[in-house]
Design a protein around this ligand. Structure first.
Ligand code: GLY
Length: 351
């Protein structure tokens, strides 16, 4: 079976890896480099609690399943690729500024009152009503993840075509027959659009739109330590990666604009300093933006479209990294006939 996947983000690469491992002839077409879209821009959180406090049943089940798959997925990927992807489980502190916020957190983990937060996290500012300690929240280095997946995919026999943009999906009689790029035609029995925020360019009914997220990175002065857990509060999250503190992220409806702005830089930094006052002495060392792919109902799109042979793997919105192992398992299974589509993630549902 010949499969073409469009997009070498975490969804396309992980699905391609699983399909190639199962013996399919898989080509991934990527107009840039592996992970150069939302994957590389992301913080790499496996925020199975913090990002899913208000999620519905289908998304929660999917997220928890993927979280369970993550440790073995990471071990296998590191062994095959020979690359570390930096999986760690530092846990997360989710702060609440008032009683309503505390009520929203109730039942999701170990509740902490204001005094307990201050005692356990003395570097944080006072003034929070309390919080939640979620010990299972984990992290990976999303850029290392994309690089490792690209290696594993190629080692499994996959063909990875970089800097090659898709011009058109061929469907002469209404069924997919291949994908045309500026360099040639790739015949295919199945095509998976996994090109993130740009899916609707190729699958117009998909309804995926970009949601911009800006992040900054701060470096500590000599002698100051990075906080170990992920910290959520005051409208931001903060986490340590590669000796820097990442602070994110804006949630902006700005189309396909990935510019960084002074306004966002000031806002993210100000919010972070209000949570952890010592950050006023830290140096801003990076600032970037990425585009999260979001469907109108916020749920993923994983499965066939109305065009025979054309599939979508997208709409992961804020959870692309967390969802990767389960997404790959489900999408590869759907193509190979070993897994069913999850009805809530039907690309043809009313969104
Ligand atoms: N999951 C983090 C974000 O979307 O900003």
């Amino acid at each position: 079976m010949r499969i073409v996947i469009i997009g070498a983000g975490v969804a396309g690469l992980a699905t391609g890896w699983r399909l190639a491992q199962a013996g399919a002839a898989v080509t991934i077409l990527e107009r840039g480099q592996p992970g150069s879209g939302a994957t590389g821009a992301s913080a790499g959180m496996l925020a199975v609690t913090a990002e899913l406090l208000e999620a519905g049943e289908a998304e929660t089940i999917f997220a928890r399943h993927s979280n369970v798959l993550w440790p073995d997925f990471a071990t296998e990927l590191e062994e095959i690729s020979g690359r570390s992807i930096g999986l760690s489980s530092p846990g997360a502190l989710i702060l609440a500024s008032d009683a309503n916020g505390l009520a929203r957190l109730a039942g999701h983990g170990e509740g902490l009152d204001a005094a307990a937060v201050k005692a356990r996290f003395p570097m944080l500012a006072g003034g929070f009503a309390g919080g939640l300690w979620s010990p299972n929240e984990a992290l990976v280095d999303s850029r290392a993840l994309a690089a490792a997946l690209a290696i594993a995919f190629v080692r499994a026999g996959g063909q990875l075509k970089l800097n090659e943009a898709v011009a058109k999906i061929e469907k002469p009689d209404g069924r997919v027959t291949g994908v045309l790029t500026q360099f040639g035609l790739y015949p295919a029995d199945a095509v998976i659009a996994a090109n993130g925020a740009w899916i609707s360019d190729l699958v117009p009914g998909a309804g995926i739109a970009p949601v911009k997220g800006q992040m900054i990175a701060l470096a500590p002065p000599a002698g100051e330590k990075l906080p170990t857990p992920v910290i959520w509060g005051n409208g931001i999250y903060m986490l340590a990666r590669g000796g820097r503190l990442l602070v994110g992220a804006t949630v902006e409806d700005r189309g396909f604009d990935t510019s960084t702005t002074e306004e966002a830089r000031r806002d993210l930094r100000g919010r972070a300093e209000a949570v952890m006052p010592s950050l006023r002495r830290w140096t801003l060392v990076d600032h970037w933006a990425g585009l999260r792919p979001r469907a109108p109902d916020g749920l993923p799109l994983l499965g066939p479209t109305a065009t025979p042979g054309l599939y979508v793997a997208g709409g992961q919105f804020r959870n692309g990294i967390l969802f990767a192992p389960a997404l790959a398992e489900n999408m590869a299974g759907q193509i190979l006939g070993t897994a069913r589509m999850i009805p809530a993630f039907d690309p043809m549902r009313k969104k």
